[in-house]
Design a binder for this molecule. Structure first.
Ligand SMILES: Cc1cc2nc3c(=O)[nH]c(=O)nc-3n(C[C@H](O)[C@H](O)[C@H](O)COP(=O)(O)OP(=O)(O)OC[C@H]3O[C@@H](n4cnc5c(N)ncnc54)[C@H](O)[C@@H]3O)c2cc1C
Length: 309
């Protein structure tokens, strides 16, 4: 429910910005990668339906009627969205800057001092003292505050050149699957295809890009397998890097006893942008003195409950 509301909030915010962030409402197709996962899809569909989500259960014939591939079962969900996160991030900052937010880019925090009343973060250019600090430093937070709930993996993504005919891609839906490691696919407004996934442990060399070439090729092949009629799909660029997730699938948001006056936003997992929206609202309320009950669900000190996954 919180995720669904967060997508609505993100959409509202994107629509109020002075520049277009290209946020597009999309449906998503979540398919069973193999017949053993039909039960999982059915269970997930029943849960979502009972909670009032706009979902459809698709059998093999339903999938085949909409896409050039067939899968034994799938959930088709309305109310998801796609966005260019780089553009959205920059537009948010530009508008916030126009309203008086002071932004210091390229200012790495090198040291932090905590006193009884406040906290001071120091960079090579200067320092900032504040009553509260929110650490939204992404996966690199794990380098100085490792969390026992977090797994770090290597992940891969490719983007294709623009594709002439995307008409066989029903509603340009976001696509992903039950298999682990998973694959995911989406299109972009300029008619490219993005594919990603194949998460695996970091290569022994420690270099995320070590297997980038074969993994990128595999991602391209997977696009060809799903959409064989698209004959002009060519890779434009590829990427390999670290991806963090939590063992229970829930992000880490809130305080940590060793860091006074600090809050953390560690929105690890595949829907981190949605979690970021949740985190922003929860922490804004908390700092304003109205700490929501829900904040404890995301506690950095919670035990690992694998029933959540
Ligand atoms: C391949 C891939 C695919 C993904 N797909 C999706 C998706 O489809 N949907 C979705 O919702 N989410 C997705 N995510 C997750 C999403 O990208 C993240 O959840 C989101 O970027 C987190 O935002 P953030 O601002 O918390 O952290 P980040 O975007 O990681 O930003 C952290 C920032 O902190 C800066 N920083 C770090 N240390 C310091 C320091 N000491 N001083 C100053 N600055 C510092 C970094 O330079 C960086 O700019 C994906 C992630 C990956 C890797």
């Amino acid at each position: 429910m919180m995720c669904r509301n967060a997508i609505r909030r993100l959409t509202e915010i994107a629509n109020t910005l002075s520049r277009d962030s290209g946020l597009i409402s999309r449906s998503s197709l979540y398919y069973a990668s193999n017949p053993q996962d039909i039960g999982l899809i059915r269970h997930e569909y029943d849960l979502l339906k009972r909670k009032g989500f706009d979902v459809q259960y698709w059998n093999r014939d339903d999938v085949k009627a909409k896409f050039p591939f067939s899968k034994e079962a799938a959930i088709y969900t309305r109310g998801d969205a796609e966005v260019n996160p780089y553009r959205l991030g920059h537009h948010l900052l530009q508008d916030a800057g126009d309203q008086g937010l002071r932004i210091y880019e390229n200012s790495e925090v090198k040291e932090t001092r905590y006193t009884h009343n406040d906290v001071t973060v120091m960079t090579d250019q200067g320092s900032v003292s504040a009553k509260h600090v929110i650490w939204a430093t992404g996966y690199s937070t794990q380098e100085w505050k490792p969390d026992y709930q977090v797994d770090l993996l290597n992940t891969y993504a490719i983007m294709t050149e623009p594709v002439h005919d995307l008409s066989s891609w029903y509603e340009r839906a976001l696509i992903w699957e039950t298999d682990r490691p998973y694959l995911y696919f989406r299109t972009t407004p300029d008619r490219r295809i993005m594919a990603g996934g194949l998460d695996e442990p970091l290569p022994p060399s420690g270099k995320p890009e070590e297997y980038a070439e074969p993994r990128s090729q595999r991602l391209l092949n997977e696009i060809h397998k799903l959409f064989p009629t698209m004959t002009d799909v060519k890779m434009a660029c590829s990427w390999a890097g670290v991806f963090a997730s939590t063992k229970d699938g829930i992000p880490l948001i809130g305080r940590h006893p060793q860091y006074p006056h600090s809050y953390f936003i560690e929105v690890y997992g595949g829907n981190g942008m949605v979690y970021s929206m949740i985190a922003a609202d929860l922490l804004a309320e908390t700092i304003a003195g109205r700490e929501p009950e829900e904040l404890k669900w995301f506690s950095l000190r919670r035990p690992i409950d694998l029933n959540f996954t």
